[in-house]
Design a protein. Structure first.
Lengths: 189, 269
């Protein structure tokens, strides 16, 4: 759905005034890029759908607070990043409860034997290990890392998105990189 | 920095992501001459290169509409609703609203007392207010209601095909539904624009079912087909479509051309 800047601003203004049809236009326009981001943040199709839905509902609720000079897509992505953190937190809480006092899996899962598998099988195995390693990060580390590593956002932008100071944002990324290095050590070329 | 001092892992991570800004060249130079730092950097970069994003599953052109259909009934109350923020429920405005209400009530009573001539019911009157002659005076609206009646008939035929399908291959119906989907959406927007919320609502319901049909597998399983039918049934969609179509035809004075001999027509009493 293409629209020029003036038209987009008019739609946004109407949506902010409570026009449901205008909000519908925004939903239709932004859902696809929002899904792509949500998928990268969650790594799971169903979770991504949940994040898309929840982000849009939150956006609708908070639309009155949206500053019209800001970019709606950026604002929506910020909401999605925080929804993804909430989703991971609730998942992690359930997982921790189930796991009790078990040791940190990120350092205990051995990589599978390297002998024999073809290149494709190996890359599938690496992808699986990356997913597992990302799942072992804290919600904040995971989101900060993905926004930096996959989305190419700067540390400052990530800090604003997640409501963190620059130093806290950096440390989230550092911790994530460190944990990933441990988890992927055996695959290092 | 000389080769007796080394960069920390954190410095190297920031460098990898281009976050060192002005100092980036210094790091580059240091890495060229310092073997331990270069080795550490290459190890880290090699590991991070393994972390690549999975391709998101494809989402079609209609995805935004699907999302809207999923959330539209869940839309919560807005925070800081604009009319509240603007103080429309302040004391002065309530006084004004009360005065306006008295005027409207007075005008209504006057109309009842003095109006002796019955007003003819227009053919394309608002469905929720059929006696409103203002509706007839809009030729665009009259045209819209006429084409929507045709659209409802086509949608009814397609839905009936789905309800009575004996084959698992519904690709023909899907192509038909896809075709109807875009038209339905345009008509719904038009219906909203000309103040026909009832019509817009039914078109919205049709859109939802059309979407479901379009996104079902072409070679549908009997269980999935049964589920699809049940949902169409639960929404009493065929009934609504028939009633509305009949109503539009009746107001036009045009008999509905039906191709559904086996389906009884219903009418809201």
């Amino acid at each position: 759905m293409q629209m020029d800047a003036t038209e987009a601003a008019a739609v946004l203004a109407r949506a902010r005034q409570g026009d449901g049809e205008a909000f519908r236009t925004l939903v239709e326009r932004h859902s696809r890029p929002l899904f792509a981001l949500a998928f990268r943040l969650t790594g799971n199709e169903q979770d991504a759908e949940d994040v898309v839905q929840e982000s849009l509902l939150r956006a609708y609720r908070q639309l009155g607070r949206f500053e019209s000079r800001a970019n709606f897509g950026t604002w929506l992505h910020r909401i999605a990043a925080n929804c993804a953190i909430d989703l991971h937190r609730s998942r992690q809480a359930r997982r921790d409860q189930a796991r009790g006092e078990q040791i940190d899996q990120a350092e205990s899962i051995p990589a599978s034997d390297q002998t024999g598998p073809g290149r494709l099988a190996e890359s599938a195995e690496i992808a699986q290990r990356v997913r597992e390693a990302l799942d072992e990060l804290s919600p904040l580390e995971r989101t900060a890392f993905i926004l930096r590593h996959y989305e190419g956002r700067s540390i400052d932008e990530i800090g604003k998105t997640l409501g963190l100071r620059t130093s806290a944002t950096k440390h989230s990324v550092f911790r994530a990189v460190r944990k990933l290095r441990v988890a992927l050590e055996v695959y290092r070329p | 920095m000389n080769t007796t001092h080394h960069y920390t892992e954190e410095d190297l991570i920031l460098h990898y992501y281009g976050e060192r800004r002005g100092a980036g060249r210094d790091v580059e130079r240091h890495l060229e001459s310092c073997s331990p730092c270069r080795t550490a950097y290459q190890a880290m970069a090699g590991t991070l290169a393994l972390v690549t994003p999975a391709e998101p599953p494809a989402r079609g052109e209609q995805y935004g509409l699907e999302v809207w259909q999923r959330i539209r009934h869940q839309l919560p109350e807005r925070e800081n609703a604009w009319w509240m923020a603007a103080g429309w429920f302040g004391r002065n405005h309530l006084d004004t609203a009360a005065a306006a209400l008295v005027l409207v009530a007075g005008a209504f009573v006057a109309g009842r007392v003095w109006s002796r001539q019955p007003t003819p019911v227009p053919a394309s009157a608002n469905l929720e207010n059929p006696g409103n002659p203002a509706n007839l005076e809009n030729p665009g609206k009259r045209l819209l209601l006429s084409v929507v009646a045709d659209h409802l008939d086509r949608s009814e035929r397609m839905l009936t095909d789905i309800m009575n399908a004996t084959s698992r291959d519904i690709s023909v119906e899907q192509a038909w539904a896809d075709d109807l989907l875009n038209t339905s959406r345009l008509y719904r927007q038009d219906a909203e624009d000309v103040g026909e919320p009832l019509l817009a609502n039914v078109l919205d319901d049709i859109e939802r079912s059309l979407l479901e049909i379009v996104h079902s597998p072409s070679n549908i399983s009997p269980a999935a087909l049964e589920q699809l039918r049940r949902r169409i049934d639960a929404a009493t969609l065929l009934f609504k479509v028939r009633v509305l179509s009949d109503e539009l035809r009746r107001r036009e004075g045009t008999p509905a051309e039906r191709a559904l001999p086996s389906v009884p027509t219903s009418r809201i009493s």
